[in-house]
Design a protein around this ligand. Sequence first.
Ligand SMILES: C[S@@+](CC[C@H](N)C(=O)[O-])C[C@H]1O[C@@H](n2cnc3c(N)ncnc32)[C@H](O)[C@@H]1O
Length: 241
Amino acid sequence: MRFNVITIFPEIFDSLKYGVISNGFKKNITSINLFNPREHVETEYGSIDDSPYGGGEGMVMMPEPLSKTIESIPNVGFRILLSPQGKIIDNNLIKNLAKKSTLTLICGRYEGIDERFIDSYVDLEVSVGDYILSGGEFGALCIIDAISRIIPGVLGNPDSIKNDSFESKLLKGPIYTRPKKFHDKNVPEVLLSGNHKEIEDWRLYQSLKRTLQRRPDLLDDVKLSKKAKKVLEDLRSKLIL
Ligand SMILES: C[S@@+](CC[C@H](N)C(=O)[O-])C[C@H]1O[C@@H](n2cnc3c(N)ncnc32)[C@H](O)[C@@H]1O
């Protein structure tokens, strides 16, 4: 998977050298190529932004430096603009994007980008949520991180993805490690029992309980096993939410 990023702050992407995601770059499973529109300015003062037509606050990124930048990319692939007005990212979108071999992520700044650039060059606008960031870079990092970790070979143990929240459309339940007692709180006895069947049942129960309490919307289109349906019915009758 090749990630191209159009950004006026390429240094922000230095953070990709930390953590498990960096394995993908080290092993050449993933690559990142940064393109700075400041290198494509032709205005007298070298600016990439200008005041909005019609008046108003802030500055708007001009279309030409961005179009010259994207045109300079040899393999551009699927073009994504980070935008608070886009489709909100979820696990399904990440999985679909992970099927592409090249993504170009365009990071806005200031008040945003001239609409004519968006019309001509963007395949999909995506948002990290209903709030405003000062730039698209942190959204692009979220996408690169989330996609990289599901690309085979990036994570040391591929099974660690299998039980993550949202994989089965449910939230994962609570997890524990040493010590057995912390602040007068004990690790649930069942997890120390060594009984795999009981542990699995407990995890299913906790996962359904947590999803019902925190994200009941996820249960609307989930396919559950007979056993899970029974547990959920039970939980629904008992839990005061
Ligand atoms: C300050 S924002 C511009 C917001 C714009 N004036 C509006 O109201 O829709 C600057 C840039 O940050 C990025 N950005 C801000 N919020 C975002 C979000 N929720 N998801 C993805 N990108 C976002 C976009 O690239 C945007 O062009």
